[in-house]
Structure formats: structure tokens, C-alpha cells
Design a protein around this ligand. Sequence first.
Ligand SMILES: Cc1cc2nc3c(=O)[nH]c(=O)nc-3n(C[C@H](O)[C@H](O)[C@H](O)COP(=O)(O)OP(=O)(O)OC[C@H]3O[C@@H](n4cnc5c(N)ncnc54)[C@H](O)[C@@H]3O)c2cc1C
Length: 330
Amino acid sequence: MLTEHGLGTGMLRDGSTHGTCAFRDEGGEFELRYDRLGSGERHTVYPQHRLVTDLVEEYLARGGELRFGVTVTDVDAETATVGFRDEHGKTGQVSARFLAGCDGSNGATRKAVPAPAHCARDHGISWLAVLAEAPQSMPAVTYALHERGFAGHMARSPTVTRYYLQVPPGDDAAAWTDERIWTELAVRMRTGEFGALRQGPVTERRIVRLRSDVVDPLRHGRLFLVGDAASLISPSAAKGANLAIMAAEVLAAALTDALLRDDEQALAAYSRTCLPRIWRAQEFSHWMIGLLHDQAGAGSFGSALRRTRLDNLRESRAHQDFFAENYVGI
Ligand SMILES: Cc1cc2nc3c(=O)[nH]c(=O)nc-3n(C[C@H](O)[C@H](O)[C@H](O)COP(=O)(O)OP(=O)(O)OC[C@H]3O[C@@H](n4cnc5c(N)ncnc54)[C@H](O)[C@@H]3O)c2cc1C
């Protein structure tokens, strides 16, 4: 999609493609070549702040204007009202026939939607999300399952790697010193068996609560919700930004029909078009949570189910195809 719209230059130049991931637990390590399974697709890894920079630059170059501190009212009226500040702090207001709510899960547009439209779940699991100035330690995205909790390894660029550590809900990120992070990662990644991690300074550490929700419908009067504003998804399957771009593409085409051809059919179908894809991603993301974590209160029965899910993935081609199709293919 990005390439079709002339927005993929940075991603094609500096992104990297991945077709393999690996799983580790007490039974050893196995690799999944998902580019040889399912639909045979690969991931492109390109840091999100770089993508946002590319999009903002291109938007400004094409004559777009940036506004801040947006407020939204009257979404059910003939025209919605949008208040804002410009870059000099001057306030203003516009009337909107159509309003795309792309301001994330805590933005103004969500607050304009009545609460009963939200369908939410807190998974009761928290991750410490870490960015380290260190090259990747393993050739592939690696998911480590351990009795002390999940740990993840994801290359972000040649010099930056993301790690995740499952931590108790309510834990304080500041209590995780660099040394404590590397020590815990070493235990859960079983470095004694699989080799040491390439360490470097931790540049970001923050607690991410695994939460998911969907706003249904995605249209409220003049307002169309997109991305995290429409549906927050836990990062367990790395789907959020992909869903945001999917919905933006669908909405952009529908707005083009409405504004250039006076045809609002696609706009009327916006929610119906996007929601099944959002729910498919939510379902897989939820499945991944069950694969990577022991559920609180599920006891030894829950742990055995989790291990069996991983064994199925290790041994069964049908389970591997399911994984590959959902991991990259939605
Ligand atoms: C730890 C972590 C890892 C992730 N990894 C991946 C991954 O690997 N792959 C993937 O696909 N997704 C991933 N995601 C999800 C992804 O980051 C989000 O789904 C994505 O950022 C959603 O994009 P968005 O544009 O809808 O919202 P956002 O990125 O939240 O952007 C919303 C923007 O609106 C602005 N805004 C908010 N309120 C206002 C206001 N009132 N006025 C003006 N501006 C406002 C905000 O400042 C922000 O710039 C991850 C998320 C987390 C937390």
C-alpha cells in the first residue's frame, strides 16, 4: 500500500525483510520458516517513528497542514466541529463534513463516541517493553517461554533491538535497571544453552498492559475511526500499525468516492469492511497471548495447555500453516 502511494521509499531503502521466527522453551528451540508456509509472505521491519516521519514529511510536501490539541464536538450534526491549536499556539476551529479519527486510543475522537460502543478486554498481563542500543542477538524474532514468564527478542535496526519481559501487573519500569533487565533476559532466553545476548545501553523501558478493544460500529455520524482509535490491539502479534494502515487505505478510497464522485456507498460500508479484518487480527493476537503466557489462575492445567499449543506448532504442519497465514497474511 505504501509503495503504491509513493510512500515506501524509506521503508524499501532501510527496512529489512524477515521470513523466520523462533520459539524456545524447556524442550529446546525450533524455527518456523513462515515464508515457506501459508501464503508465503514475509514481514518488513521498519521502525515506526521512521515511518511516521516519512508520512508527515510527505503530507507537508503535498500541502497538508498539521494542527495540535484537537477537540471534537457535534459528530452527529450536519457538520462536526473540530477545534485545534496551530504550531504557534493560535487556536482555531473548522467544520467537517467527514472526520477521520486517527488520534490513537487516548485521542479526542474516541471520547466523542458513546461508551457502550466499546467492547474491551484487559488480558491481566503486563510486559516491560525495552529498546536497547545493541545489535540483534539472534538471527530471527525469538519468543522464549519460561516458568518465570515470557521474554521476546525482535531486531529493529542494525543497531537497535527490542526486548520484552513479562512482568507482574502494576510493576514499576524504573525498578528495572539495565543490569536487572539483562540478567532476567539471560535466564528466560536460556543463554547458557543457546548463547549470550549482545548487550548495550537500554534507551527505553516502559510497562505495556496487554489490553484490547474494538469500537463497533466504526462510524458515528460524521466521524470514522481508524487505527488505535478504532481498535486497540495487544502487541503480542504486532498487528496494530498494520491494521491502522489497512483502515486508512479503506477510508481514503471511500472518501475519494464520496468527494470526487458523490458516491457514499463505500463510506456506508466502512465499518462492515474493516471490522471482520480487525476481529481476525484480534483473534490471532489473543491466540498468541495464550501461546506465550500462563494465564493467571489457570494453574498447572493452563501451563499444560500452553505447552501443548507450542508442541502443536513444533510438530504439526496444519498448525504451522495456520500460524503463518495469520502472522503475516491478514
Ligand atoms: C510496545 C508496542 C509495540 C508495538 N509493535 C508493533 C509492531 O511491531 N507492529 C505493528 O503493526 N504494531 C505495533 N504496535 C502497535 C502500533 O504502535 C499502533 O497500533 C499504532 O501506533 C497505531 O497507530 P495510530 O496512528 O492509529 O495511533 P498513534 O500511533 O497513537 O497516533 C495517534 C497520533 O494522534 C496524536 N493525537 C492524540 N490526541 C490528539 C489530539 N487531541 N490532537 C492532536 N493530535 C492528537 C498523537 O500524538 C499521535 O501522534 C506496537 C505497540 C506497542 C505499544
